[in-house]
Design a protein around this ligand. Structure first.
Ligand code: KG4
Ligand code: ZN
Length: 342
């Protein structure tokens, strides 16, 4: 079964052809990163206009690379939320048009569910063999930091979420303070590699009696630390000491990762899960991946770093399991910018 997965919820225009929910026949991503970098964050109107320009060339390339004709597809799947309304609209309307033109089954996918199914995208995964449910999923990205118990395909319960900033948002804001540019996560990770561990630790905020996250205190703490060290506001000559930036980046990354690992392990223990699954852009962070794998008593499943950030492949994978379960969506599927999972 070949499914075209389309993703436009934020700043990547992406399309992929996925066979039987696990095999990537093509995976094309047109990133708008450089376009938004000059503004230090995503500008919604620029994002939707750019999706309009990139959408059809990206779809064409995905079909060509997979060597599949549009009319031969078994499904067209698209992210319909959560995300930026204007960006989602481009993807949903394009997908509807493509599906309608050849009478192909059409399905809307929750972006967060897509991040979960990125873990199924390995060539050696057999879609009929179930992973050890229940799984504790940590979906950590620029818009979300959610803890979700997955008891089976399509069966989700949200048990924890961020009370303020998403983890990716905190990485992006800290990077801005440290003069590292956008997107901040990869930049902080790179800078942290030169840290020596000399920096005094930053706080690990937690929400008492709950599995929720809170990152705003840590974001303020990194700002104060940068001010104390003369890194922020940036000096007049614009030159920041790279070693100082590396030390603060490392302390920040360690605190962020510690918060996520500690909460996830507690949630995993409370719910007696058989595995932990990571997804979303922040799950590509090498320190998070290593710490979770080292500290977890149960199996940890994480997609390849390139499949943690937004892509169409994960949408095609999630849709396969929906279609296999008999799901169909009607043509009046709407975008839901605040869509939740579980
Ligand atoms: O999942 P994603 O591509 O888009 C959303 O759904 O939000 O996640 C993007 C977020 C950005 O905030 C980016 O800074 C963060 O993921 N990110 C990282 C890393 N790579 C991307 N954060 C920490 N470490 C990384 N290596
Ligand atoms: Zn995402």
């Amino acid at each position: 079964m070949n499914i075209l997965g389309i993703e436009t919820s934020c700043d990547e225009t992406a399309a992929a052809v996925i066979e039987d929910g696990v095999a990537i026949r093509s995976n094309v991503i047109a990133s708008q990163e450089e376009l938004h970098a000059q503004y230090g964050g995503i500008v919604p109107e620029i994002a939707s206009r750019q999706h309009m320009k990139a959408m059809m060339p990206v779809v064409q390339q995905a079909l060509q690379q997979a060597d599949v004709e549009l009319g031969k597809l078994d499904g067209v799947a698209v992210t319909h939320g959560p995300g930026l309304a204007g960006s989602l609209l481009v993807g949903v309307n394009s997908a509807k048009g493509l599906a309608l033109s050849h009478d192909i089954p059409f399905i809307g996918v929750n972006h967060l569910e897509g991040h979960i199914y990125a873990s199924w995208l390995e060539d050696d995964v057999d879609p009929s063999v179930e992973p050890g449910f229940p799984l504790m999923c940590l979906i950590t990205s620029g818009g979300h930091t959610d803890l979700i118990v997955m008891r089976g395909h399509g069966d989700y319960t949200l048990i924890g979420r961020t009370r303020d900033d998403a983890a990716g948002e905190a990485f992006d804001k800290a990077a801005r303070v440290l003069g590292l540019g956008f997107p901040g996560g990869p930049a902080i990770q790179r800078a942290a590699e030169s840290g020596t561990g000399a920096e005094p630790r930053l706080p690990r905020p937690s929400v008492k009696g709950s599995l929720d996250f809170s990152f705003s205190g840590l974001k303020t703490a990194v700002l104060r630390r940068a001010e104390e060290k003369g890194l922020y506001p940036p000096p007049k000559n614009g030159e920041l000491d790279p070693q100082q930036v590396a030390e603060v980046s490392q302390a920040f990354q360690e605190a962020m990762v510690d918060c996520m690992v500690t909460r996830t392990l507690k949630a995993a223990e409370d719910h007696g899960v058989r595995g932990i699954l990571l997804g979303g852009g922040v799950a590509s962070n090498s320190h998070l991946r290593r710490q979770m794998a080292d500290k977890s008593p149960v199996q940890v499943v994480v997609p390849r770093p390139a499949l943690c950030t937004d892509n169409g492949a994960m949408i095609g994978a999630a849709a396969f399991f929906h279609l296999r379960g008999g799901a169909r969506r009607s043509w009046d599927l709407d975008v839901v910018p605040g869509l939740r999972l579980g």
